[in-house]
Ligand binder design. Structure first.
Ligand SMILES: Cc1cc2nc3c(=O)[nH]c(=O)nc-3n(C[C@H](O)[C@H](O)[C@H](O)COP(=O)(O)O)c2cc1C
Length: 457
């Protein structure tokens, strides 16, 4: 029997602080003004996407003791933006990344339950533990929890939030034309949580929201992170958009579900993916090369090289050869608080390998950084991109993709106009929304028992 065709899930990531966004392009718009968010969300909804996604960053990045000012800086608050977007969209899911390390469950549960009400059941929470020790300095906690503790806090945080969501069952409020709205059950909202991280009791004051519980995403990649997702999440935001790494990640995570009595279709794998379109494959490749040069200016290349060299390289010429001095061993002082630094566990070996690569290809510092950095995931004509995305999903490299355009806010328009119709023609993407909640779009079960619409046809 052949495998049923999988329907593809698509989402749009409004980029925040990052090096994917080409802010120097004359077509690039604001990352703060509401009109940018509204344009992006409306395009995603016009294209029948499952949801819009916002990441979280709670501190201006620094490098070498100075503000890192080569990328987009500054980022408005997630809940405020999503609440405003709820008012200008009808069906699009609204996913916000909110960390469990520096917040409190009561507050976060109220915010998500409220967003779920305001949006008629479109809210989702990407629970992250945060990767930046630096961020903690902005909060009362004053630092960072060790990794194991971050995940045990995350787990208890989510359990506690679920207890709060479930403290209302939905039938406590009765609307009576004569007397107005009244509370039938005096126990509504009562909760008690006694745990290692939280010891709280009281009344939750937001009645049960349309989805019962918002959809839960997870984004950590470690063994603890994957286990957390397998036990508790509805979807994972991953970084594995390539065919081979995607399939390995997919198999690994889905195989963890049975331990928790869960089915493979109860956890969706949705990697972040970038794309470049052209009229032909060759034209798209050409545009992609140009975009990578815009993403990695000479100044950016030097700063990124510092993540490996762990020393000030500002005196080097980005169009010249790689530094002959070796990386500084020991504690990383230049890029304190930058997650990427962890990727280079052996900086001396990386430096050696890169010098050889650069010498063999005649590459400057900037060329090297461009070639070893992230390539766009899907490059080609609309037809090539539609076929490739479909092939990856059918090959179980993903259940769909969270697209990250390099232009904000207009970078999604071309995908909506040229790729989505081809996916619809192939019968692998919805022609219209069939349900109204995000759980409906994602084919997820409803916590109150209703089974989600299945994705497979
Ligand atoms: C694809 C991806 C996206 C992430 N997005 C965010 C984010 O927006 N904000 C944040 O604070 N942390 C984010 N994280 C960090 C995770 O929450 C987590 O703290 C970090 O990956 C360390 O956990 P790990 O060791 O399990 O990977 C992201 C991680 C991944 C893999």
């Amino acid at each position: 029997m052949s495998k049923p065709v999988k329907l593809i899930h698509l989402a749009a990531h409004f980029p925040g602080v990052n090096n994917t966004t080409v802010w120097s392009d004359p077509r690039a718009g604001s990352h703060i003004e509401f009109s940018s968010f509204a344009h992006f969300a409306r395009t995603a909804e016009r294209a029948k996407f499952d949801f819009l996604f916002l990441a979280e960053g709670l501190r201006l990045r620094e490098q070498g003791g100075k503000i890192y000012d080569l990328d987009v800086v500054g980022r408005p608050d997630t809940f405020t933006v999503l609440a405003a977007l709820a008012a200008v969209t009808d069906r699009l899911g609204l996913t916000g990344t909110i960390n469990s390390t520096f917040n409190e469950p009561y507050e976060v549960a109220r915010q998500f339950a409220s967003l779920d009400h305001l949006s008629d059941g479109r809210a989702a929470w990407n629970v992250v533990t945060s990767w930046d020790a630096f961020t903690g300095e902005n909060f009362r906690r004053g630092g960072f929890l060790p990794r194991e503790e971050r995940y045990s806090r995350a787990k208890e945080f989510l359990t506690t939030a679920h207890e709060l969501f479930d403290s209302w069952q939905g039938d406590e409020i009765v609307a009576d034309r004569e007397t107005g709205v009244f509370l039938r059950d005096a126990k509504a909202g009562a909760f008690v949580h006694e745990g290692h991280q939280f010891d709280i009791h009281g009344r939750f004051n937001v009645p049960r929201s349309p989805q019962g519980r918002p959809v839960v995403f997870q984004a950590g990649d470690s063994d603890e992170g994957r286990e957390f997702a397998a036990s508790s999440a509805d979807a994972i935001f991953s970084r594995y958009a390539a065919l081979d790494t995607g399939r390995a990640f997919y198999t690994d995570v889905k195989s963890r579900l049975a331990r928790y009595g869960r089915r493979p279709d109860q956890l969706l794998i949705l990697p972040a993916a970038t794309f470049v379109l052209g009229d032909t494959d060759a034209e798209a490749e050409e545009i992609a090369r140009e975009v990578r040069r815009q993403q990695v200016s000479g100044a950016t290349a030097l700063r990124q090289l510092e993540w490996v060299w762990n020393r000030d390289l500002s005196g080097y010429d980005p169009d010249g050869p790689l530094p002959e001095v070796d990386p500084l061993p020991g504690e990383h002082t230049v890029a304190r608080g930058r997650a990427q630094v962890r990727m280079y566990r052996d900086p001396l070996a990386t430096a050696r390998e890169w010098r050889e690569l650069a010498a063999a290809n005649g590459w400057s510092i900037r060329d090297l950084v461009i070639h070893t950095g992230n390539r766009q995931n899907f490059v080609g004509s609309p037809d090539t991109v539609a076929r490739t995305i479909d092939a990856y999903v059918q090959a179980d490299a993903a259940d769909g993709f969270i697209l990250v355009p390099h232009l904000t806010p207009g970078g999604l328009d071309e995908f909506a106009d040229r790729v989505v119709p081809l996916l619809q023609e192939r019968g692998v993407f919805r022609a219209d929304y069939e349900g109204s909640t995000l759980r409906d779009h994602l084919g997820l079960d409803h916590p109150d028992g209703a089974r989600g619409k299945r994705a497979a046809s």
